[in-house]
Each structure stands twice: as structure tokens, then as C-alpha cells.
Design a protein around this ligand. Structure first.
Ligand code: SAM
Ligand code: SF4
Length: 326
């Protein structure tokens, strides 16, 4: 078990498989971003070793993210090896869905159990504008392929003021009236180079709930407001699906946080919204033993921060979101 100094049991690792992406969402990365050379990223055998070490430290849930995880070479084999690691109970993925049409079945066969697919609007033109060139039809093809392959599917939408904060949010929430899907609205978070844009565009959960209820009627809390992961869940009347809100900015959920993040370049990121990281790549490439790696990880976890400091204008600037993975 990996405990931090606040008594939280940290057992969920989100691994960024690559900083690269086949889209350039406006809230995530600048259009002219330069990606890291491949040699600076964790290699397949390094990921395998770290997963085994984290599993031995009590981590049992793993989520693969990016950039876009499906553009990583050998992603299916990587999933297969993680799923087969003793102690690993769940392997999930967060993806833009563009390549799921082809990859959903092999990923499911390799042991992936769930995907969270990002879709910020159902409107093709707005989707293109938000992602800079994406085709929303390809995302739908990916979502359907994931369902057919038996993967659990949740939809994620980041809400950006003046892009998708009104009818788009309502259209996505309306999906829950017809499908048993969970759709989750994510408050935009400020990072690195794009933080000015992000801060101006944040739409709070409170505002979103007013927008949705005005069109679709009242929402009831699910499970007395108990968090599902990081999401507060609600349901429209008689809806088979659920609406989640991930409100890291206005309603942080630090007390129930169980996660740590591994960046594609091998840093252990202890909180999404804080710059603190522990370098695992250097000891890994300098032949540190398993026991030495475990001591470094445990020390890092112990000092996992509590709370963001956005209210004091302290914004994490050392990375953009695509390098951390969400
Ligand atoms: N490419 C994959 C995708 O889009 O799902 C995985 C990586 S992406 C960085 C992970 C999640 O972070 C996505 O749901 C994305 O919408 C979200 N995200 C990106 N930038 C964000 C920001 N500034 N604030 C909040 N969420 C953000
Ligand atoms: Fe790529 Fe995901 Fe970032 Fe969009 S949110 S640019 S799909 S990494």
C-alpha cells in the first residue's frame, strides 16, 4: 500500500504513453507544439518495469492516456502486458476515439476494460474548430466500435466559454435520456502556454447545471453525491444515463484522490494542478534496483500535495495538459 502524509491510499496510476497527438484541441496544446524526441520517452520495456514496480507497491488501477495513447506504436501489446502484470485489476484508456474504429477490438482482446472518449460537441463544424481539424464522425465510429468490442464507454467533454458552453452541452446531456452512458463535463484547467485562454474560458459546474436544467429539466444527485472517481453524478428524470461533473477548479476533490501520474518522459506527477514531479527516468536509466525505485516512488507519494493554488494565481506552467494526460 502506498500512503501519503494525509493518509490517502494512492493506488491508481495514469500513464501518458506519448506526448504526441493526432489533434490539437485549443484548450490542450498550441498548434505549433514541438514534441519530444522518442529517445526521451519511456520505452516499452521501461513501462513494463515501472508497471510491475507500481503494482508491487499496491497500485491496481492503470489508465493509459497521452497525448493520444492510440498513436503510440505497440499500444495493443503494451495493454496486454500491463493487464497480465500480477496485481493489476483494471486497465482503462482516455482517448479522442479517432483510431478506436480499428483498435477497439484488439485492445479489448488484450485486456483493456474501459475507454473514456473525449467529445466536446456533437456539431461537426464546432468539433473541427475545437480540435483544429477533427472529424466528429470518426469519433462516433470509434465509440460504436468500443461498445461492440464490449468495452465500457464514458464520454468526456471539456467545456470552453463561447465554443461549446450552451446548446452543445445540452445536446450532450440529452444523450443520457436515450442511452445508459455516463457523460462527464470537465471544467477547463489552466496549464503552461495556453493558460490565459484557459482561465478566460472556464465555465463552472454551477453554471452548467443551470444551462442543462433550463432545457432538460431538474437533475437529481446519484448516490447521495458520492463521487464516482472524480465525478459528481446527476440524473435527469427517467434518464437511463448519468451526467457527471469533474470540477477540479471550483470544487476540488483532494480528499478522495487516489491517483498519481506518470508522464511520457518518465516523471511521477503527484498532482495534476501542481508542478511537483519526481524524476523516475534518470534512476531507471542508471540501473537503479527495484528496491531503490520503490523507495524513490514511496518518498514522492508521501509528499503528494493537497489542493491547487489557482485562487492565488499559482498556475502549473512546466507542462501543457497533453504532456500530463489529464
Ligand atoms: N487524447 C486523449 C483525449 O483527448 O481523451 C487523452 C489525453 S487528454 C490530455 C485527456 C483529457 O484531458 C481529455 O478528456 C481532454 O479533453 C482533457 N483536457 C485537455 N486539456 C484540458 C484542460 N486544459 N482542462 C481540462 N481538461 C483538459
Ligand atoms: Fe490531443 Fe487529447 Fe489534447 Fe485533444 S485533448 S489535443 S485529443 S491530447
Amino acid at each position: 500500500m502506498s500512503l501519503d502524509r494525509f493518509g490517502r491510499n494512492i493506488n491508481y496510476l495514469r500513464i501518458s504513453l506519448t506526448d504526441k497527438c493526432n489533434l490539437r484541441c485549443v484548450y490542450c496544446m498550441p498548434e505549433d507544439i514541438t514534441f519530444r524526441p522518442r529517445a526521451e520517452l519511456l520505452q516499452d520495456d521501461e513501462i513494463d518495469r515501472l508497471v510491475r514496480i507500481f503494482a508491487e507497491l499496491g497500485f491496481h488501477k492503470f489508465r493509459l492516456t497521452g497525448g493520444e495513447p492510440t498513436v503510440r506504436a505497440n499500444v495493443v501489446d503494451i495493454v496486454g502486458r500491463i493487464a497480465a502484470t500480477p496485481g493489476v485489476q483494471t486497465v482503462a484508456m482516455t482517448t479522442n476515439g479517432l483510431l478506436l474504429d480499428k483498435l477497439a477490438r484488439p485492445l479489448a482482446n488484450a485486456g483493456l476494460s474501459r475507454v473514456n472518449v473525449s467529445i466536446d460537441t456533437l456539431n461537426p463544424e464546432k468539433f473541427r474548430k475545437l480540435t483544429r481539424w477533427g472529424d466528429v464522425e470518426e469519433v462516433w465510429a470509434g465509440i460504436h466500435a468500443a461498445e461492440e468490442a464490449g468495452l465500457g464507454v464514458k464520454l468526456n467533454s471539456v467545456v470552453v466559454r463561447n465554443y461549446n458552453d450552451k446548446e452543445d452541452v445540452v445536446d450532450i446531456a440529452r444523450l443520457t435520456l436515450f442511452q445508459s452512458w455516463q457523460v462527464r463535463f470537465i471544467e477547463m484547467m489552466p496549464f503552461g502556454d495556453v493558460s490565459d485562454f484557459q482561465q478566460a474560458g472556464i465555465v463552472s459546474q454551477e453554471e452548467l447545471m443551470v444551462t442543462i436544467s433550463a432545457e432538460l429539466g431538474p437533475m437529481q444527485r446519484v448516490d447521495d453525491g458520492r463521487l464516482d472517481g472524480e465525478a459528481q453524478l446527476y440524473q435527469l428524470e427517467e434518464a437511463p444515463g448519468q451526467i457527471g461533473f469533474i470540477s477540479s477548479v471550483t470544487q476540488p476533490f483532494c480528499a478522495s484522490c487516489t491517483r498519481a501520474r506518470l508522464t511520457a518522459d518518465g516523471r511521477l506527477r503527484l498532482c495534476l494542478l501542481r508542478e511537483k514531479e519526481v524524476d523516475l527516468m534518470t534512476p531507471l536509466r542508471n540501473s537503479a534496483s527495484d528496491d531503490q525505485m520503490k523507495a524513490i516512488i514511496e518518498e514522492g507519494i508521501w509528499h503528494k500535495p493537497w489542493g491547487h493554488k489557482l485562487g492565488e494565481d499559482v498556475i502549473p506552467l512546466n507542462r501543457v495538459m497533453s504532456e500530463i494526460g489529464g
